[in-house]
Design a protein around this ligand. Structure first.
Ligand SMILES: [Zn+2]
Length: 420
């Protein structure tokens, strides 16, 4: 054998290529390879040894056993409890999908954002509030089975339970038990306190499938109370200048979190029609929100100048929005974790960015992974390659990328669809 032995990357493990290769690193991530990168000291590969990188079909990536660091042994041999399929994550032993992106027979849903909840499935299991939001977003007649927090349900040969993910109202992590094996699918999550949804709960498991939307070391959130306070200050200042303030944010989740933090003594608060249904669900669930009025033709005079309007980014520049211009004009603020990166603070025609995210930052992801006690970590939805590589090389964990329909880092335009 000798030199005939296949190199690791010929075996095909997706992590075997050296990290510093520029041709496999998305342009957006390259800037983080300087002072921010935990991998900055990894030498680049010999160019002559660089193979063509070709990501294989998801099931192949998933089932490969990555080469473990010296001294570690695999604790979870295949077959895996969850498998990626064209419809999404499939649990053979339980006979259900988790967050499928196509209609399936049985769907266990983490939360009601568009990239996790799909209409048209035969049977839904989710938290009470997730089902309520799905009703107002998809179909008022939608039915599903409520799984109360911390209670267990039998599905096939599995026992499942839901645990708050702290991302948006109703958002859940799904714990799946089969024989002596436990998996947890986090869905989207954040660890910091948010008065508009159930607080995040750490879940112990053997294998953790974590999101990684902001899985780069540069993302570290400021105290959200400070961000909301500066949003109120900006609104107050604009109001004194006769300028209407507009906060652009995803209609479900981020918008209600903003509403919960706005100071109603500054002026009237208007909401776009897309926010009305989800906001009602928040109020019904007992979340304290200030009084709001629907921003439309009849309330334009009241809101113009001193008021604030919360609406989805897609409303920017529409005749609907122009209607609310005050005597001093109008100022737009974009509210998203993506606004933390300086280059994105001024995004398109937006006057100001506010970095308020409903996802875990770099430290939140690492803390969750460490606290879970899991030895195997699947990374999905976002900066999968960076985080998975970090977990392997720095934390010494067995990690792998989990294929998703949404590949790579979502930009603000995508964040609009999925709630960045
Ligand atoms: Zn989400």
């Amino acid at each position: 054998m000798g030199s005939q032995s296949p190199r690791p990357n010929e075996i095909g493990h997706p992590f075997s290529e050296p990290f510093a290769r520029k041709d496999i690193i998305p342009r957006r991530e390259r800037r983080f390879h300087g002072e921010f990168s935990p991998f900055a000291r990894i030498p680049p590969a010999n160019p002559s040894e660089r193979p063509e990188i070709q990501l294989d079909p998801p099931e192949l990536i998933w089932n490969r056993r990555p080469p473990l660091p010296t001294g570690l042994a695999s604790v979870m041999p295949p077959p895996n409890l969850l498998q990626p399929t064209p419809e999404g994550l499939w649990c053979e032993a339980g006979g259900f999908h988790v967050d499928p992106w196509k209609p399936v027979a049985t769907a266990v849903v983490t939360h009601a954002h568009a990239d996790h909840a799909t209409p048209g499935c035969g049977r839904y299991l989710a938290s009470r509030n997730t089902l309520e939001v799905m009703k107002v977003r998809f179909d008022r007649k939608l039915t599903g089975e409520v799984v109360d927090w911390g209670t267990t349900r039998e599905l096939g040969a599995c026992r499942i339970s839901l645990h708050p993910a702290g991302h948006v109202l109703g958002s859940a992590q799904i714990r799946i038990e089969h024989h002596d094996e436990t998996w947890c699918v986090t869905g989207d999550y954040k660890c910091e306190p948010d008065p508009s949804c159930e607080p995040f709960e750490h879940v112990n498991c053997d294998t953790l499938l974590t999101e990684s939307t902001f899985g780069l070391p540069v993302y570290r959130w400021e105290d959200p109370r400070g961000v909301l306070s500066s949003m109120n200050d900006w609104w107050r200042f604009n109001s004194e200048q006769g300028r209407t303030t507009v906060f652009l944010a995803y209609a479900f989740g981020k918008a209600q979190r903003i509403l919960a933090g706005l100071d109603p003594t500054i002026g009237p608060i208007g909401i776009h029609g897309a926010l009305v249904g989800p906001t009602e669900v928040y109020r019904s669930a007992g979340v304290l929100l200030p009084e709001t009025i629907r921003a439309d033709r009849t309330t334009a005079t009241e809101l113009s100048g001193g008021g604030v309007i919360v609406c989805p980014p897609s409303a920017t520049g529409t005749p609907w929005m122009r209607r609310f211009k005050g005597p001093g004009g109008m100022r737009l603020g974009y509210v998203s974790g993506w606004m933390q990166v300086r280059g994105r603070r001024r995004w398109q025609s937006v006057d100001r960015g506010f970095a308020l995210s409903d996802h875990a930052d770099w430290n939140g992801l690492l803390e969750t992974i460490r606290t879970s006690g899991a030895r195997r970590i699947g990374v999905t939805h976002g900066s999968t390659r960076v985080l998975a590589r970090y977990l392997r090389e720095v934390e010494g964990l067995d990690s792998f990328e989990v294929p998703t329909r949404f590949v790579g880092e979502p930009a603000p335009s995508h964040a609009e669809a999925v709630g960045g």
